[in-house]
Design a protein around this ligand. Structure first.
Ligand code: GTP
Ligand code: MG
Length: 218
């Protein structure tokens, strides 16, 4: 997308992958970054990846923090949430409790970031295990609408919707960056304006575009 500012430098973003233990956070990340499938379960303490990608024609350097789902590392979550600019909230469609955990994760993110509009993608992973499904699509989509965050069903095993969830998150972070750039540009414009009470100038202030709430399935 051409910018109103012309040259677009590479943007750097910090994404954090959160969710209960064993839902497939590391497998999704490994598939996205290295296109590899990991069969064995090796619980994570903390892993960081860096990868460059193009999103809508724009260069993005993405740092991905793959976090621990295990409860003994929960104390580190506040720090992850502080530094993250976008969050993948991952559950397994085969585990109702992993879905329920997302509620408190999102509440913590909003509290720590003090921001209700933080970029979030909800990911129902292990979608290949259809026979073991415990979370209906309708239930997940209801949360997606309530939170105004897109919902994807993914499978790290079959590499379904793996790129899509990370790209969607990058797109949200880019949009947010653009919005802040526009706000800054508008603020400078206001400071320069001779008559700050002018109603025509006030109309230039941009409103945040409606957030997407989509349900993307296999
Ligand atoms: N069938 C299936 N199995 C998966 C999928 N994703 C992950 N798994 C398996 O689930 C197990 C746990 O996956 P991980 O990616 O290690 O889970 P995690 O969320 O990183 O777990 P923690 O690091 O403990 O928080 C592994 O044995 C994976 O092979 C998937 O999409 N489909
Ligand atoms: Mg892991």
């Amino acid at each position: 997308m051409p910018s109103r500012y012309g040259y677009q430098p590479c943007r750097e973003f910090h994404a954090v992958v959160l969710g209960a233990g064993g839902v497939g956070k590391s497998c999704l990340t490994a598939q996205f970054v290295h296109q590899e499938w990991i069969e064995n379960y090796d619980p994570t303490i903390e892993d960081t990846y860096r990868t460059q990608l193009t999103v809508d024609g724009r260069q993005v350097m993405l740092e991905i923090l793959d976090t621990a789902g295990a409860d003994q590392f929960v104390a580190m979550r506040d720090l992850y949430m502080k530094t993250g600019q976008g969050f993948l909230l991952v559950f397994s469609i085969t585990s109702r409790s992993s879905f329920d955990e997302l509620v408190s994760l999102r509440e913590d993110i909003i509290r720590i970031k003090d921001d209700e509009n933080i970029p979030i993608v909800i990911v129902g992973n292990k979608a290949d295990l259809v026979d073991q499904r415990q979370v209906d699509r309708a239930r997940a989509f209801a949360i997606s609408q309530q939170w105004q965050a897109p919902y994807y069903e993914s499978s790290a095993r079959t590499r379904t919707n793996v790129d899509e969830v990370f790209i969607d998150l990058c797109r949200q972070m880019l949009r947010r960056d653009d919005y802040h750039d526009d706000s800054r540009a508008d603020d400078i414009y206001y400071q320069k304006a001779e008559d700050p009470s002018s109603s025509t100038k006030k109309k230039r202030r941009r409103k945040r575009k409606d957030r997407d709430h989509r349900c993307i399935i296999l």
